[in-house]
Write a protein that binds this ligand. Structure first.
Ligand SMILES: Nc1ncnc2c1ncn2[C@@H]1O[C@H](COP(=O)(O)OP(=O)(O)O)[C@@H](O)[C@H]1O
Ligand SMILES: [Mg+2]
Length: 339
């Protein structure tokens, strides 16, 4: 099988570490297919569309783009182009990517599906005086904790107004949401199968800071926020609560027409009530990221996770039999293994 791995080579403002993060996943996914004897091409995605010529000659496009030229709003365009041309592509559809990145749109769809979403509003530069506190202020159309730091949660009106004003200067649209105190849990999906639940253990957060996943927690390795937010998988939960969380996450995943692979983030408040924070299509696929950790708890190694993500995409495009045949190790690799 010919696999083309699509990725964003980045923009001028990317650091060497940003590039390394992307290339690490590209390499790891590439190795997983190469080990099965498949032909792998690593293809940067740029506006010149050369990537598209490569993708349409492949049996499968493995999509690792989180944007183009560092801009997340072009993420769905890559997928839409492939969908339009009928090229099998891993992960979420263009619609899911577009809808989930707009937090207000996603929240409206999830609320309509009957899911528990913490109260939220889009702040048009200002915020009503009766909005419940504490509240968290986030950019309405970003992900990966962009714009989130220790000042994102506010407990009084003055701080709320100041934060909304500051965020409005930086981002086009700002979402204010009621802050849910309590445990943070993630349910991962490959296809429609839920993986073991993970939890973020915030017990090591520096005193006085709100237990949230800030930008530093996600991307600044070794920072106090990173060291204070430790993922644990599987999470230790009463079975009944775990079942409930999976049911809610499945409903959320279906409401956003999730396919391929994804992760639903939830919190359970101090009264034990679950709340959906967001649905993440195509979450980070690095071996040290959440989805891989969940897959390992399910007994899959990294190569198996990659293989299953490919299988889901190929099955949808070609049916189960063709997917099996395409994914079967090629003769070349069988010979190499017996040699
Ligand atoms: N309503 C909320 N209550 C409590 N914490 C929240 C809430 N919304 C977001 N957070 C915290 O902020 C983090 C990032 O927010 P999220 O909505 O998941 O955006 P992103 O797309 O940037 O990941 C979450 O992992 C969580 O720790
Ligand atoms: Mg999140």
């Amino acid at each position: 099988m010919r696999v083309v791995i699509l990725y964003d080579p980045g923009a001028e403002d990317w650091t060497a570490e940003d590039v390394r993060g992307v290339m690490q996943a590209v390499t790891q996914v590439g190795q997983s297919f190469a080990a099965l004897g498949h032909a792998v091409r690593k293809q940067p995605v740029r506006h010149d569309m050369r990537w598209f010529q490569a993708a349409r000659q492949a049996d499968l496009a493995f999509n690792l783009c989180e944007g183009v030229h560092g801009r997340s709003e072009w993420e769905e365009h890559v997928v839409a182009t492939l969908e339009f041309a009928g090229v099998p592509v891993t992960g979420a559809s263009a619609w899911t990517l577009a809808a989930c990145r707009r937090k207000a749109t996603a929240n409206a769809i999830l609320t309509q599906a009957g899911l528990p979403i913490p109260r939220w509003t889009v702040a048009q530069g200002r915020i009503q005086d009766d909005f419940p506190l504490p509240a968290i202020i986030k950019p309405a159309a970003e992900d990966a904790s962009a714009g989130l730091d220790r000042g994102s949660v506010v407990a009084d009106r003055k701080a709320l107004r100041a934060r909304v004003a500051a965020m409005t200067e930086q981002f086009d649209e700002v979402l204010v949401q009621q802050y849910v105190a309590g445990r943070e849990l993630n349910v991962g999906f490959v296809g429609d199968r839920a993986l073991p639940i993970a939890e973020i253990d915030f017990s090591g957060m520096p005193p006085g800071s709100w237990p949230i996943l800030t930008y530093a927690a996600k991307w600044d390795t070794g920072s106090p926020d990173d060291l204070g937010s430790v993922p644990v998988c599987p999470a230790s939960l009463p079975q009944k609560l775990a079942d409930r969380l999976v049911r809610i996450a499945e409903t959320a995943w279906r409401a956003m027409e999730g396919k391929g692979y994804g992760r639903v983030d939830l919190r359970v408040d101090e009264q034990g009530r679950p709340w959906v924070l967001e649905v993440n299509p195509n979450p980070d696929l690095n071996d040290d990221a959440g989805l891989s950790r969940m897959a390992k708890a399910a007994g899959w190694d990294y190569a198996e996770l990659v293989r299953r993500i490919a299988e889901v995409a190929l099955r949808e495009a070609q049916g189960s039999k063709a997917a099996r045949e395409l994914l079967a190790p090629s003769r070349r690799s069988r010979a190499a293994r017996t040699a």
